[in-house]
Design a protein around this ligand. Structure first.
Ligand code: ADP
Ligand code: ADP
Ligand code: MG
Length: 672
């Protein structure tokens, strides 16, 4: 094994590699750009080498700088991670020339698989089933139309040098080809500096299924089964799992055999992935391309095989033969990975950059019936910059069955708190709850078909409404109890009343709330009940506990995210968001009169900013007032606070009288 290696990457994958190196007592050197000076990877590595400005083209992609860093630090090998230089044959070749071990496949294998047209030729020769189409270059639009018509629509127009979902277009008819061919060609020239295009059949109900392979330098190749990565947006993976719900044993075996045959044919000697597109209709499958590197979604394979792929790459690169054969390998349980991105799911997944004001991932570990792993390269306070990939982390859960792994994933997402930037957690959580996803009936069009108008938040199902009303009542009761405690001389009359009204999703639900020793019990108008047990305390931003409600929650663990609002509370759970207002029946009537119930014109209502006692009222009904004028004096914690009007107006109604105790956000005065 190596004594010291250099990691030519950043962020999440760099941290991932460092973790394995530490376990194997291999020292690490990290290279870093200006933007990554204070990054977690730099903090964790044993040594660091500065390689230049933030843009990757001036730092992480400059081969000379990486090679110089290896020499300077005396590292014996380089792990390229994924992205950046990982699939650049020039880099692998340069390492070989300089007698530096490249922790990846040999340059010949990278060259053979780096190009889609060339790799399809190699695959066809190795007996791998390829997508019907034209394995060769298309010369012009007329040629493209001719080939497309021979193949039969729909077809896919692809850049041979393509990657990362770029340079791909589906054509359903002649017109699409006439428009699409020049467009893909221009995009390919732009993005990859190579405008060779080919055309193949578009597989209907396509599913992306790929086989992880491992080859050593002694001619042994095994496969580590499949991953399904059909949940994609713009041909980019968002959610992955292993194994695939589509495959039966026979298909799995066939796919695995073909992947191994291809890897052997090109002398593959590291971890790699053979991608297939499979038809959900008949389980037929076709080779797409081979990725000659560690894959982003490799942790799901690790979770079901118990192997550490980075460790395997290091062992292979240092010359060790594989320590197992195909028959030693088997699939244990099910794993699901979600990619957490800095993007706004409510605004067409627009990238969102900025500082992570809060970053609280779920607790990782083995919890007996399930496991949680979070691969991330960030800490609270870090900046998500425009320079690199917008991925914040990869959350992986494992359990014995697919549904249990999905359930564990949903539960982990519920507790994952990110603030300061937008993230796609609500979207991922909504997918985990969604029936079609749960059934396993997925294709690469899933997101487009399931969220045709974009993501607007998960629906507030009966189950979620029930939970939100329950936690709303609980939070309210706990706050009243605390307020009564703080100001000892206040009559805590509000905390003992049991008739409340909750405003949720623009509808009113009268509730009967009983405080129980560890929580609250809420009975709805129709007689249904929810029991919440929780140790929530005012100030907590996550409400965790156990919920029981006939038919929807069977003593189920829950975690609901929580934010205080001027009026009420904002809760989010499984991608559903709602503002919940818990009010007395009298206040609820007021809320009812507001034209827009949730986004009320706050300046019209003058609220008590804190719980306390009304010392005096300075205004009467019908009186004209000016902005800044005193409305009332409220005393709390021995301090008198003058409550002032935020705008001019006429006092329409006075809701309290001197000497009365008020809760936080209780309405004092309403302006006309
Ligand atoms: P796959 O999932 O098949 O491995 P991707 O295209 O999603 O394919 O993964 C490779 C991509 O990972 C790169 O193109 C790049 O956008 C992204 N990437 C590169 N370096 C990092 C990194 N350090 N952390 C997170 N993502 C990275
Ligand atoms: P990239 O190099 O960008 O990863 P791929 O060739 O792997 O390009 O294709 C990206 C995605 O496009 C695949 O994951 C798959 O979902 C879809 N795709 C590619 N080829 C086909 C095809 N012939 N039919 C249907 N879907 C396809
Ligand atoms: Mg691909």
């Amino acid at each position: 094994m190596f004594e010291k290696i250099l990691i030519a990457n950043r962020g999440e994958v760099a941290v991932r590699i460092i973790k394995t190196c530490r376990r194997l007592s291999v020292k690490t050197v990290i290279v870093y750009s200006e933007a990554d000076r204070d990054s977690l990877a730099v903090e964790m590595a044993d040594e660091k080498v500065f390689i230049g400005p933030a843009p990757a083209s001036e730092s992480y992609l400059v081969i000379d700088k990486i090679i110089a860093a290896v020499k300077e630090t005396g590292a014996k090998a380089v792990h390229p991670g994924f992205g950046f230089l990982s699939e650049k044959v020039e880099f692998a070749q340069r390492c070989a020339d300089e007698a530096i071990v490249f922790i990846g496949p040999n340059p010949t294998a990278i060259r053979a698989m780096g190009d889609k047209i060339e790799s399809k030729k190699a695959a066809a020769a190795a007996g791998v089933s390829c997508v019907p189409g034209h394995i060769g270059e298309i010369v012009d639009t007329a040629h493209a139309v001719k080939i497309s018509e021979e193949i039969g629509y729909p077809v896919m127009i692809k850049a041979s040098a393509g990657g990362g979902g770029k340079g791909i277009r589906v054509a359903y008819d002649r017109k699409d080809v006439e428009e699409g061919f020049p467009a893909v060609r221009a995009e390919a020239k732009n993005a990859f500096g190579d405008d060779r295009i080919f055309i193949e059949k578009f597989i209907l109900a396509p599913r992306h299924i790929e086989i992880q392979v491992l080859g050593d330098k002694h001619g042994h190749v095994v496969h580590l089964f499949e991953r399904e990565c059909s949940i994609q947006r713009r041909n980019q993976k968002v959610i992955e799992e292993a194994p695939s719900p589509l495959l039966d044993e026979a298909t799995r075996h066939l796919m695995g055999e073909q992947a191994v045959a291809l890897a052997k044919a090109v002398g593959y000697d590291s971890a790699g992935t053979v991608e297939f597109v499979a038809s959900g209709q008949d389980r037929s499958f076709y080779f797409l391309e081979m990725n000659t590197r560690l894959q982003v979604e490799h942790p799901v394979t690790e979770a079901i095989t118990g192997l550490d792929l980075v460790e395997q790459m290091l062992r292979i690169a240092s010359g060790e033969p594989l320590a197992f054969t195909q028959s030693d390998l088997s699939i244990k349980g099910w794993a699901v990975e979600t990619r957490i991105y800095a993007e706004d799911p409510y605004r067409n997944f627009l990238p969102s950059i900025g500082r992570l004001k809060r970053y609280l991932p779920p607790i990782e570990g083995d919890f007996g019936s399930y496991k949680v792993r979070n691969d991330s390269g960030v800490r609270e306070g870090d900046e998500i910059s425009i320079h690199y990939d917008p991925m914040i982390s990869k959350l992986v859960t494992w359990a014995p069955t697919r549904l249990a792994a999905i359930q564990a994933q949903a539960g982990a997402l519920d507790t994952f708190a990110i603030e300061g930037i937008q993230d796609n957690i609500p979207f991922l959580a909504a997918v985990m709850e969604e029936a079609r996803y749960r059934s396993g009936d997925i294709t690469t069009a899933y997101i487009k078909e399931q969220f045709p108008a974009g993501f607007k938040g998960a629906p507030l199902t009966y189950k979620i409404q029930c939970l939100m009303a329950g936690v709303g009542a609980l939070v309210h009761m706990r706050k009243l109890a605390r307020d009564a405690n703080i100001s000892g001389r206040m009559t805590p009359h509000k905390s003992i009343r049991s008739d409340w009204v909750v405003l949720l999703d623009n509808t009113y639900h009268p509730l009967h709330v009983e405080i129980t020793p560890n929580g609250a019990q809420v009975r709805f108008e129709n007689g249904e009940m929810i029991d919440i047990i929780s140790d929530f305390q005012p100030g907590d931003r996550l409400i965790t506990g156990i919920a029981h409600a006939e038919g929807v929650f069977e003593n189920e663990y829950f975690a609901v995210k929580f934010k205080d609002r001027v009026q009420g509370y904002q809760f989010s759970y499984r991608g559903a968001k709602a503002v919940v207002i818990v009010a007395t029946p009298r206040d609820a009537q007021l809320h009812a009169k507001l034209p827009e119930k949730i986004t009320a014109d706050n300046a019209r209502l003058i609220l008590s900013p804190m719980p306390g006692l009304v010392v005096s009222l300075e205004v009467n009904e019908g009186q004209d007032i000016k902005a800044g004028e005193a409305i009332a004096i409220v005393e709390a914690m021995k301090m008198q606070n003058i409550i002032r009007a935020e705008r001019d107006g006429k006092v329409a109604k006075v809701h309290v009288s001197a000497g009365e105790a008020v809760a936080a956000d209780e309405i004092l005065v309403e302006l006309g």
